[in-house]
Structure formats: C-alpha cells, structure tokens
Write a protein that binds this ligand. Structure first.
Ligand code: NAP
Length: 280
C-alpha cells in the first residue's frame, strides 16, 4: 500500500516507551466508530525529538500525543493554542493547513469530566486546588475560563503557588499548606493535583468533613482508581469525579482532530481501561 492510500495513524511520542492507556482508548474508538486507522507508541529520545516532529508526516502520521519528557519542547516546535501556552506544555499535535499545531487537552479533560460527573459544579464561587505542578496549570486555566471567581491554591512549596498566581491573575489566591483547614469550609470544589494518594505515595491527609455538604471533590490521581480522598468524600455522600474520567475525556479532542469524528466516553470504554488499571 502506498503512503497516500494508507489509513490515517497517530502516535504517542515519549521516552522511554512507558506503558500507556492511550493505544487502548484510541483503538477502542477506531473499532467502535468503524474507522480504519492506527495509533502506536513511538519511543523517541530527547535528542531525536525535533527531527521526529519535523518529519511526523513523512513518518506517516496525521498527528500525535506527546508525553514526558517532550511536552515543553513540543510547545516550542509547533503553533500552540492559548491552552497550551498557558499550561506551558503541549500534549496533542495535529496538522492544519500544512502547519503543525498543538494544544493541551488536560484542560478540557478536567472540565468535561466535571461536567459529566457533577453538573452544576461551576456554581462554586470558591474552589480549592491542591498542588502547583504541571497539571495544576491546566486545572487553573480551566477553572478561570469557566468563570470560577476565587481559586485558593495550596502547595507544599508556597513559592510555586505564588508563581502560578502571578501568571494566572488575581482570581488565584496562593496559600500555605497549614491554611488548608481554614479554607475547607468555603470550598465548593476541591481538586487534588498533587501526587499524594497515588500508588506508592502517602495519602492526602485532609478532613473532608470540613467541606460544605454540597461540595464536589475531584482527584487527578487515577492509580488507584479510588484514592483515599475520593473514598472519604463518597463515604460522606459528596459528589466526586475521578482521575480516570479526566484521562478519558482528555483523549477525545485528539481523536476528533486526527480521525474526523468526535468519540464518546462510554461506560464500556471506562470498564476496558479499569480492567487494564487493575493489572498494575
Ligand atoms: P508535578 O508537576 O510533579 O507536581 C506534583 C505536585 O504534587 C506538586 O505541587 C508537589 O508539591 C506536590 N507534592 C508531591 N509530593 C508531595 C507531598 N509529599 N506533600 C505535598 N505535596 C506534594 O505532577 P503533575 O504532572 O502535576 O501530576 C500530579 C498528579 O496528577 C499525578 O499523580 C499524575 O498522574 C496526575 N495527573 C492525572 C491526569 C489525568 O488525566 N487524570 C493528568 C495529569 C496528571 P511541591 O511543589 O511542593 O513539590
């Protein structure tokens, strides 16, 4: 088959080639949409990344996901949209009028997951975000874009929270970890973007009993699927949205850009990825 007649394919570029759920997700959507296409993992070392990206189309790809350690570099080598610029990292690349464009789909993954799991969450005037790393930037961009008035940003290293507040503007209010207890009663939305609660990491030590009764709790960590934070929130009958939901929703846009159809995050897809996560 010549290149011109080959079915469209996308790839995930990372180094080293880590285990990723993205091929499972995109193969599921290709299969259920009846689209002939492909999605493969490409292990590309940092010193070959630029060349690989410049030759993406020659390699036969219509676009790509980019993961560690290439996400910042991808921003510099493409035409990023406002989301990728604000987050400082690109995770999805595609061609538009021959130009390689990029975005960061963690923003819509986070927001669309909340919309799906806790409609009305955006009535919260005060959100509390824990953590000031890479994923916190996507969360802040999404919350501000959606019109949340005050985002209290708590981080172990307060300087990082202050730096993000400087970048994202007056609605982001940096706070020290020991202020957490006082902030909880006014937080209608609590977001964990730290790695606390992740498999092998200490649990997040926080009393969900201090949150308002109608608070929504979301955790970006998805290994384990039910983090101690989510388990405590559910026990208290609070609405929750988990990290796997965000992971699935963030994949939607790439598929749409590469294969021309917007796919659904179905319960069948979720079950497929849950089963894979249980193998960890
Ligand atoms: P990151 O850039 O490395 O940031 C880690 C954050 O966790 C920092 O704010 C760090 O605080 C904080 N932290 C780490 N250990 C801590 C501890 N012992 N006590 C208090 N704070 C601690 O990581 P990231 O890329 O933002 O990712 C964070 C988590 O989100 C990971 O579990 C990742 O898998 C998950 N994630 C999920 C999705 C999804 O689609 N569901 C997407 C992106 C990320 P300092 O600044 O003080 O070091």
């Amino acid at each position: 088959m010549t290149r011109g007649t080959r079915p469209p394919a996308a790839c995930l570029i990372g180094w080293p080639a880590a285990h990723s759920r993205s091929p499972l997700i995109h193969h599921y959507w290709l299969r259920t949409s009846g689209i002939e296409g492909g999605y493969v993992i490409e292990a590309v070392p940092p010193d070959e990344f630029q060349d690989f990206v410049f030759r993406l189309s020659l390699h036969g790809f219509v676009g790509a996901n980019v993961t560690i350690p290439h996400k910042e570099r991808a921003l510099a080598l493409t035409r990023p949209d406002a989301r990728a610029r604000a987050v400082g990292a690109a995770n999805t690349l595609w061609f538009e009028d021959g130009e390689l464009c990029s975005t960061n789909t963690d923003v819509e993954g986070f927001i669309n997951n909340l919309d799906a799991c806790a409609p009305g969450w955006d009535e919260a005037s005060d959100a509390l975000v824990l953590g000031a790393g890479g994923s916190a930037r996507a969360v802040l961009f999404g919350l501000i874009e959606r019109g949340v008035k005050r985002v209290h940003l708590v981080n172990r290293t307060i300087e990082r929270a202050r730096a993000l507040a400087d970048q994202f503007g007056a609605s982001v209010l940096p706070a020290a970890w020991d202020e957490l207890g006082d902030l909880l009663p006014r937080a209608k939305l609590l977001v964990n973007t730290t790695s606390l609660g992740m498999h092998g990491e200490p649990a997040l030590d926080l009393d969900v009993g201090r949150l308002p009764r109608d608070a929504v709790v979301t955790d970006l960590v998805y290994v384990p699927l039910e983090t101690p934070l989510l388990a405590a929130a559910r026990e208290r009958k609070l609405k929750t949205a988990d990290g796997l939901g965000m992971l699935l929703h963030q994949a939607v846009r790439g598929f749409e850009l590469w294969f021309g159809r917007r796919p659904e995050v179905t319960s069948e897809l979720r079950a497929l990825i849950e089963a894979d996560l249980k193998k960890v």
